[in-house]
Design a protein around this ligand. Structure first.
Ligand SMILES: [Zn+2]
Length: 213
């Protein structure tokens, strides 16, 4: 297999599929591919649009959390809340699109704010649903690790605004196919974006709490 970021050759090994991922996508066998050149890791088979729609249906709503927690006891309401915590961004841009930004809650104020998200969630006050407007800045945070074709998404984002901000988790490949189907290294992200990569550690905390019934 060749790397979907840099076209280098990959090392392949069989890996298990997380039960919730299997339930929603129907995928039961997978391999993990690690690029010998840029270190990028990705899982096969690649997710289809139909499977993604099923996997992210009602993402993090009450039913989603209950179904996932039943299969993944660590997926607690507290963990889910921690993943949705406000983040502090200080962008100097007149207009901002958050691509894949849920309800748009993470877009800093002071700009014309737009959100695009497959979930179709209603935007928070002050944020408009994106209708194709060209913007000064496109932010795309914690999306790239979920998509089947990061290069295609990157190329698309570059057509939407004057600048693009990409944020992905700095995580190791766990050898388990779950919703993060792309594990980036700084080198891989640099090749994808063609820009210098800054690694800024961010830690969230979560405590155990009862699984919703
Ligand atoms: Zn590579």
């Amino acid at each position: 297999m060749t790397c979907i970021i840099c076209d280098g050759s990959t090392l392949s090994r069989d890996c298990p599929v997380a039960p919730f991922y299997a339930l929603r996508t129907g995928v039961t066998t997978a391999t993990m591919e690690t690029c010998e050149s840029c270190g990028f890791t990705f899982y096969l088979p690649r997710i289809t649009d139909e499977q993604a729609a099923s996997l992210y249906d009602g993402y993090r709503d009450e039913r989603y959390c209950r179904e996932r927690a039943a299969l993944e006891p660590g997926y607690t309401p507290d963990l889910n809340a921690a993943l949705s915590l406000p983040r502090v961004y200080d962008f100097d841009a007149a207009s901002i699109l958050d691509y894949g930004g849920g309800d748009g809650r993470h877009i800093p104020p002071g700009a014309d704010r737009y959100v695009y998200d497959l979930s179709g969630e209603a935007p928070v006050p002050g944020v408009r649903r994106w209708g194709g407007e060209h913007v000064a800045l496109v932010m795309c945070c914690h999306v790239m690790e979920h998509v089947a074709d990061p290069r295609a998404l990157m190329a698309h984002l570059l057509t939407l605004g004057d600048a693009v901000y990409i944020e992905v988790p700095h995580e190791g490949a766990g050898g388990l196919l779950h919703e993060h189907i792309n594990i980036f290294t700084p080198a891989a992200l640099g090749i994808l974006t063609g820009a210098p990569v800054t690694v800024t550690p961010f830690t969230f905390t979560a405590t155990a709490s009862p699984i919703p019934s």
